[in-house]
Design a protein. Sequence first.
Lengths: 114, 118
Amino acid sequence: MSRAATLARRWWWQRASAVVLALCVVVHLGVVIYAVRGGLTAGEIRGRLHENWAFGAFYVVFVGACAIHAPIGIVNVLTELRGGESRLIGGVALVFAVLVLALGLRAVYAVVIR
Amino acid sequence: MTRRNDRRARGHAAYWAFRLQRVSGVLLALFLPLHFAALGVALRGEIAFDSLLRYTDDPLLKVGEWVLVVLLSLHLLGGLRVLALEFLPWSGPHKDWIAAAAAGAFATGLAFALALIG
């Protein structure tokens, strides 16, 4: 794939995941602002989310979008700081993507399913 | 010749919006794994999870949470501004959108702070 095509795809995935994240973040901020009133307890969180499959699906989508959007952002920032692309930057971003995806899905499992 | 930003560029609101988008994005990206790891503590049971939540009652951490909510709001609204610039045929004073994004983030931060206090 040509460099131009790679950059175009990266741009597209960044924007597409941004649209998904915009919706997810609005919902998440609303839930957070509602939930922190009067303090937060594990019981409340579990009561709200445990075996709530709609929320579970929502957070899986949220995690997936984060795992796409954040690493591409990291690539952009590191490329700008370095003044050019490098394979190391791509490697760092990939590791970061896997980390976010794995920890995120683990968190969803921990709160919704377990 | 390497071009560098000069004072004229750095004096423009859009340059600072760009810088803020980058800085907030990196900080939020660094926060993400920590956030997910903290939620994963729920795997150890409700007592362990509650213990972690009590730890986050520390006033300094509450201020940190507020900063994160504001950063998230700024990044969200800044990102919507970028999407609007790239996809919509809007024209007019773009500085107004930057101001609206900042105001929206401030309002979200205020709502969160009031929820924490109330």
